[in-house]
Design a protein around this ligand. Structure first.
Ligand code: ATP
Length: 446
């Protein structure tokens, strides 16, 4: 360690006595900005070359470079680490852009991230490839998932909703254009509803139609009624709703074929049908049957869901499915439907098999991470990125009332979709504190 960084560390130690130590515990962000960042910058700057060398992240210099070093500069030929292109301090850590020399790949740096983390004394080091030949080292100075604060720049836009914070301090965004259909899994009390809450809070502000399927009698989603275009709370209504959605999908395909377009985004804005996002809470309720006579209903639901998952992306209908487990034990069609759901978020699970149901087919190396999420960290999950990588995320804690208020504020954005009108939930202007259910008690028939 250099004199300067030792001096900074010593200053940090002294300051701790005077109260900054308290800040480290209670306000890690402030502590990082005042003490951690300058110390980390110095430590990184002075030890970069030697750290990369001992971590095996250097290569032999090119012949010309070695010749110049030996004969012109008259010094020893040294191995070359990746070139530093940019160093940026953030409120949560450090970002360093590196240009990789020939012979090194991002996976080499990622494999050494644990060693780099200890060498530079930071909480975590993650590696993200920004473009071929370049990568970003994202270091966090403290555990950003302990108390989640989303970056100020993370706001919903287009069909992209920031829902959680990644371990590296960046926002995890649900992007419906990149991953149209998604699955969220997790045990009881693992934070699935909190994830949906964050999602609905963001989606409510976008020009989309929201469709709720909450077969737990609407206990979670009925609060969002002012912004929902449709809400069903039992499997019978869900079966008819999915029938209508499939019919709408077929109408939209007719529109596309008449216009000679392959997806709704090719259409001019005035002709483009509004995107519809279908949020299914606890998918098992749609699959499970209690008697033989429910079999036909189950068959209809599963067929419709599979058809939507396979084709509806092009016409702007997206599925967001949530459940505790989603395996072949749910019955015929379950694994086929799961295979169509590209976006995967897995919260704490009770068994390794559930983590495998969500992750093994897309990011098998993420399975152990999902199995190790501690109980005292609800809202923590492993999310698969559209690039095929994965990251640990945690949602910010928000209350249901907060989301209900947002839904009420954006109630004017409920689009005019006549086919969903029979399923429109009744929502009073001001929700009573503990009044009657917001769900229209009218049964829906085909
Ligand atoms: N990101 C978070 N930060 C802090 N607390 C959280 C977070 N996410 C969830 N919780 C808390 O954990 C508890 C369970 O969360 P939630 O209801 O979202 O879980 P769930 O998986 O939907 O449970 P269930 O399946 O039983 O409905 C709640 O008390 C909630 O406030």
């Amino acid at each position: 360690m250099t004199d300067l960084s030792m001096a900074l560390e010593a200053a940090a130690g002294l300051a701790a006595v005077g109260g900054v130590g308290f800040a480290k515990v209670r306000a890690p962000r402030a502590y990082w900005a005042l003490v951690g960042l300058p110390a980390a910058l110095v430590r990184f700057g002075y030890s970069y070359r030697s750290t990369m060398d001992v971590c095996g992240l250097t290569v032999q210099p090119s012949g010309l470079r070695a010749f110049m070093a030996r004969n012109v500069a008259r010094r020893e030929v040294q191995p070359v680490p990746p070139k530093i292109r940019r160093v940026r301090g953030t409120s949560t850590g450090l970002r360093v852009t590196l240009r990789l020399p020939a012979g090194l790949e991002p996976a080499d740096v990622a494999a050494a991230s644990e060693r780099l983390r200890h060498a530079w004394g930071v909480h975590s080091v993650t590696v993200a490839e920004t473009k071929p030949g370049f990568l970003e080292l994202r270091m966090t100075g403290y555990d950003v998932l302990r108390r989640v604060r989303m970056p100020r720049t993370a706001v919903p836009h287009d069909l992209v909703v920031p829902v959680a914070l990644r371990e590296d301090g960046t926002a995890f965004e649900r992007d419906y254009r990149k991953a149209p259909m998604a699955l969220t899994l997790g045990a009881n009390q693992s934070g699935k509803s909190m994830y949906q809450r964050n999602l609905i809070k963001g989606l409510a502000q976008l020009p989309v139609a929201l469709v709720g399927v909450d077969c737990k009698r609407g206990v979670e989603q009925s609060g969002y009624a002012p912004r929902l275009s449709a809400l069903v709370t039992n499997p019978d209504d869900a079966a008819s709703l999915f029938g209508f959605l499939v019919a709408e999908m077929e109408d939209r395909f007719d529109l596309l074929s008449t216009a000679g377009a392959s997806e709704i985004w090719d259409l001019p804005a005035p002709q483009r049908p509004v995107p519809v996002i279908v949020l299914v809470d606890e998918v098992a309720e749609l699959f499970l049957i209690s008697s033989k006579k429910d079999e036909e209903r189950r068959e209809r639901i599963v067929t419709s869901l599979i058809r939507l998952a396979q084709m509806a992306r092009a016409v702007g209908i997206y599925l967001e499915i949530c459940g505790q487990r989603f395996g072949s034990d749910l019955g015929k069609g379950a694994t086929m439907l799961r295979a169509q759901l590209t976006g995967r978020v897995v919260h704490r699970v009770n068994d390794k098999q559930t983590a495998e149901m969500g992750l093994a087919d897309i990011a098998p190396d993420a399975v152990p991470a999902a199995s190790l999420i501690p109980m005292e960290r609800p809202g923590t999950a492993v999310a698969v990125d559209t690039s095929g990588g994965w990251s640990k995320i945690r949602t910010p804690a928000i209350t249901r009332d907060e989301v209900t208020a947002v839904c009420r504020d954006f109630a004017h954005m409920v689009p005019d979709l006549p086919f969903l009108e029979p399923f429109r939930p009744w929502a009073p202007a001001e929700a009573p504190a503990d009044g009657p259910s917001l769900v229209k008690p009218r049964p829906v028939t085909d």
